[in-house]
Design a protein around this ligand. Structure first.
Ligand SMILES: [Zn+2]
Length: 299
């Protein structure tokens, strides 16, 4: 069970139903209400956030086409009104792969101005342009939506996980969706080709920490199942501390004259025992390699 839940959470299998010998398990729901009509949904890919009111449905990220269909078919039971809005936290396929389904269901898509550019570039590289739907409303710094009883703000803080990440704040609910700015106790993906910057990511987490309070509830794009995809601002500091340690460790190796191979020959930081690596793609050697490139200004 644990392994399967884990694979679901990090997006490696589709949840909902799965067969073990002789048994069929079905999750009762992929929807988790949090507070003030804000909740999360997850089947496959980066965690979806949602808000419903009498005048709108607001959704944060779209996972993939199948989860997007399941989400749209199920969200009605929580309410929602005529206006339909999808905000993308960033361009990665596990957060925008269901955009077309939302678009075809009347959702207007909003994102930071770099998101459609990065999304299209990735789609061209992967030959998946036919499957994309792009944000039609973009913003350079922040975008605010006032919807009955809630103020929702998408805010860009500079390059971090990519160069198009937004934090989505639900002011009244005191909830923030972090997109992939938090991989909760997972070695993260740091998308240097997509404009990522580890030093910027550290600054961002400190800024968001200072803008939140002890009651703020955070939604994370991905999480180690032991720690989940929600948490408090203390979890932001864990991620900040990890990224700082990553840069310090790599810098020390460079200064000691070690080769790139020698520096990346490590699977775990003893200082961060709770972090896990689900695959080579999300692993400490990959993270160190990106840190090495950032510190040495190498592509
Ligand atoms: Zn991502």
């Amino acid at each position: 069970m644990k392994r399967l839940q884990f694979l679901q959470q990090i997006g490696l299998v589709t949840a909902g139903s799965f067969v073990l010998p002789g048994l069929l398990f079905r999750k009762s729901s992929n929807f988790t209400p949090l507070r003030n009509n804000v909740g999360l949904f997850s089947m496959q890919g980066g965690t979806i956030g949602w808000f419903v009111s009498d005048d709108a449905f607001v959704t944060i990220d779209s996972q993939f086409p199948d989860p997007a269909e399941a989400f749209i078919n199920g969200i009605d039971e929580f309410g929602g009104g005529p206006e339909k809005i999808l905000i993308n936290t960033h361009h990665h396929g596990d957060h925008t792969g269901g955009n077309q389904v939302f678009h075809n269901n009347g959702y207007r898509i909003i994102a930071h101005e770099n998101v459609p550019v990065l999304q299209q570039r990735a789609a061209q590289a992967n030959d998946t342009e036919a499957n994309q739907a792009y944000a039609e409303t973009t913003f350079p710094d922040s975008h605010e939506l006032s919807i009955s009883g809630e103020t929702i703000t998408a805010a860009y803080y500079g390059p971090a996980h990519t160069n198009g990440d937004s934090v989505i704040w639900f002011k009244e609910a005191n909830i923030a969706h972090m997109g992939d700015l938090i991989f909760n106790r997972l070695y993260p993906f740091i998308d240097r080709n997509g404009g990522a910057l580890i030093t910027g990511w550290i600054d961002l987490l400190e800024t968001v920490y200072s803008e939140s309070d002890p009651e703020t509830l955070f939604i994370f794009g991905h999480g180690n199942p032991e720690f989940g995809v929600t948490g408090s601002r203390e979890d932001l500091l864990v991620m900040r501390n990890f990224l700082s340690h990553l840069l310090e460790y790599t810098q020390r190796g460079i200064e000691a004259g070690k080769s790139r191979d020698e520096i990346t020959d490590i699977s775990q930081f003893d200082e961060f025992p709770g972090f896990m690596s689900p695959s080579a793609f999300l692993s400490l050697p990959r993270n160190i390699d990106v840190a090495w490139r950032e510190l040495t200004n190498t592509d």
